[in-house]
Design a protein around this ligand. Structure first.
Ligand SMILES: [Zn+2]
Length: 435
């Protein structure tokens, strides 16, 4: 059975063969990749390169970036960083993988490949993490230098935004917003006058997370005549999946065309067609990623899209999903497991589902814990479990689930008892439900 797949059409494979071959030949001489190839006893053979043996190139992961080290990467990039310093930054990943903590990467500022991004001039950048905001500001600086247009950006932390800022935002008169789905959900849910605040916005660019149908609908209802685009982007390799309006109308959100500039693969494809998404990013060559394991799980379907593209990636979830960004909260696997230790005797296995629930025109997060108990639980014990989780599970650095639900900022905890979890080769403990 073929368990790995390159997400390119026959024609694209033919067209890209020489480009990829030349890239691999150059990259394999870099300090970073030659260490990696040596470690895995792999030698790139320029003469005999075929797409059929692309999957013999060793995979790479966050772990390799830690073990080889940032210093090698910096020595490879010395020259390009010196010539254009403003285009680069050191940026940590969120550390969503269990195997490692956050990893520091040298990043290029250019983020979006979508061409219509070049037509926006006044961007409102709404992120809580400063590093992400800084990256988009650098990206705008780079665009400003390369084009004749005057490009401006205004950075806001959506979770600290107060009414005093309203006039400044109005005055800025931004034509677009760049943010996470949870941030825009938070802003539109907490600011009833959001449409007034963002009256001049024509485009909302989302990334970094799954977009639920409810979030999309709410965003569209608050922002009339606004394009809501969402690309599938990761800190390490930038854009992997590109948004297409035809795909969304046919299959819903979280469906993408593969970014053509990269080699995107699915590996370890299981009986349901789901596999891990692996990406080769070729430019800039000094900062390339070769067969990098994203930890994301996807599915592939060939089709003839109205836009002319020939296939769709269904982004299904994270293999090691440890963090779900809610509306102003973080639901983490580590935190759930910390509380589970308190009631260890009762619980054999668990799963968590996070969804959004609409209440009076605003969205609230909701956590359902599915629990397979060690022995049958009576209703009193289930109530006790709810109490323990509610009072101990932190969803912000200082607030528990019970506190947030008393403040009407999160739904009360739901617990469902299950007899048996389905056997699955890709076990997902914590997932976001998107319908
Ligand atoms: Zn399309």
């Amino acid at each position: 059975m073929n368990t790995s797949l390159i997400l390119k059409s026959e024609q694209e494979l033919k067209k890209d063969r020489i480009k990829v071959k030349n890239f691999l030949s150059h990259a394999s001489k870099l300090s970073f990749w030659s260490s990696h190839f040596d470690k895995n006893n792999y030698k790139f053979d320029y003469k005999n390169f075929r797409w059929e043996n692309f999957n013999q190139i060793p995979l790479s992961s966050k772990k390799d970036f830690i073990s080889i080290g940032l210093a090698q990467r910096l020595s490879d990039t010395k020259n390009i960083v010196r010539s254009n310093t403003y285009r680069f930054m050191l940026k940590p990943t969120a550390g969503t993988s269990r195997e490692t903590g956050p990893v520091l990467f040298l990043k290029n500022a250019d983020v979006l490949v979508n061409k219509s991004y070049n037509q926006i001039y006044k961007t409102l950048i709404l992120f809580q993490p400063r590093a992400i905001s800084l990256r988009y500001v650098l990206s705008d600086v780079a665009r400003s230098i390369n084009s004749k247009n005057h490009i401006q950006s205004l950075v806001l932390n959506p979770f600290r935004f107060k009414s005093e800022g309203v006039e400044a935002v109005k005055e800025f008169n931004g034509d677009s917003i760049i943010t996470f789905p949870a941030c825009i959900g938070y802003m539109t849910s907490n600011f009833r006058r959001a449409n007034e605040l963002f009256h001049s916005v024509k485009r909302v660019w989302l990334s970094g997370d799954f977009l639920s149908v409810k979030e999309l609908d709410l965003t569209k209802s608050k922002f009339k005549n606004v394009n809501v685009d969402i690309d599938y982007i990761t800190t390490e390799v930038d854009t992997i999946g590109v948004y297409c309006k035809f795909l969304r109308s046919q299959f819903g959100p979280n469906t993408y065309h593969p970014n053509k500039d990269k080699v995107i693969e699915l590996i370890d494809i299981d009986e349901n067609g789901q596999g891990e998404i692996v990406v080769t990013k070729m430019e800039p060559i000094q900062m390339s990623f070769i067969r990098y394991r994203t930890g994301d799980v996807g599915r592939w379907q060939e089709l003839k899209c109205k836009c002319g593209e020939s296939g769709v990636i269904f982004l299904e979830g994270r293999k090691n999903m440890d963090i779900i960004k809610g509306l102003g909260v973080l639901i983490t696997r580590a935190e759930i497991e910390r509380v589970i230790l308190m009631v260890e005797k009762e619980i054999d296995e668990w799963r968590g589902e996070v969804r959004e629930v609409e209440r009076n025109g605003t969205l609230l997060g909701e956590l359902t814990l599915l629990i397979k108990p060690n022995q049958s639980l009576n209703p009193r014990k289930i109530e006790n479990l709810k109490k323990t989780f509610g009072e101990n599970l932190l969803l912000t650095p200082k607030k528990t689930l019970s506190q947030l639900s008393a403040e009407k900022k999160f739904m009360p905890l739901k617990i469902k008892i299950v007899k048996q979890f389905e056997e699955a080769s890709k076990k997902v403990l914590l997932r976001k439900i998107l319908d």
